[in-house]
Design a protein. Sequence first.
Length: 323
Amino acid sequence: MPKVSVIMPVYNSEMTLIDSLSSLVTQTLTDIELILVNDYSTDNSLKILADCEAQFSDKVLLINLDENHGAGGARNIGLSYASGDYIGFMDSDDIAVPDMFEKMYAKAISGNYDIVDCGYYNEAKDSAIVHASDELTGELNGYKRSELIASGGYFWSKLIKKSFLDRIGLQFREHCILEDFETLMYLFATASSIGNVKEILYCYKNSASSISKHIDYNNYYNNVISAIEAAYSQLSVLPDYTDIQYAVEYGIYNLCSLALNCCLNSSNSVPAYILKNRITDIRTYINKYIKLPVQSNKFINNKIDKQDLHLLSDIDKIISQLG
């Protein structure tokens, strides 16, 4: 039984894959399992993955899918094979520091944490961040959960106890982007405890080949709407939902802002009646899912751009101008 299983979904990543794999197979944590899921790549990725498995057969498991499932679906399949006490994730264009998983695992077992968060470097923004600050670690309560939910983040900077994931039955949505939006919130909403490693252990490349950079406005709008529906349906039924409601509604309101901007940016390529229907739907989601006063939601007012807040407050006027 390995201490840690790391799941990497791969789709057409031949340009970045060797560097990413190199950072994984040289991890200082020796008791590690690397699950590489080839998500029906059409480039040279499968050969690179197969060579890696052949060279490091003691730690690498290659799963070759005969149809594309998207990053979420590939992660789900990887989870079904994982046998480690803790689960990590990695994207196929990023780099892990050599002792990333050794340090995160040591932290995890030191406090028997459900989740451990680490710092990461965002190459595109030339910035570094740890989402789980010291004040938010330890046993979780409504305040800590809300701050973590509103802070956001990524799965690849987390190490998560497998028994916790099994208990909550975590599953990602398939064939979409933003597949980790509501699952990360659900993770924070249901975990008992979280620890942190205040070191930069991961480099987020956000490369030009990233799937999220090749989604047109129509697809992006549909993905945002799906994320809104998934977030509300998954989180609103939790028994302690009222403790985190402001943070969840911030997340939904922020997605509504993204959807509205998506519509406005596509106004020259989408017929006016479709545009009006979409913006009307956004208004419906706001009225349906935002139950608490926007004016008293500190997350909405502190984290969403003022111009975007103004657009959302004028959504009725925008709809009327479309005829």
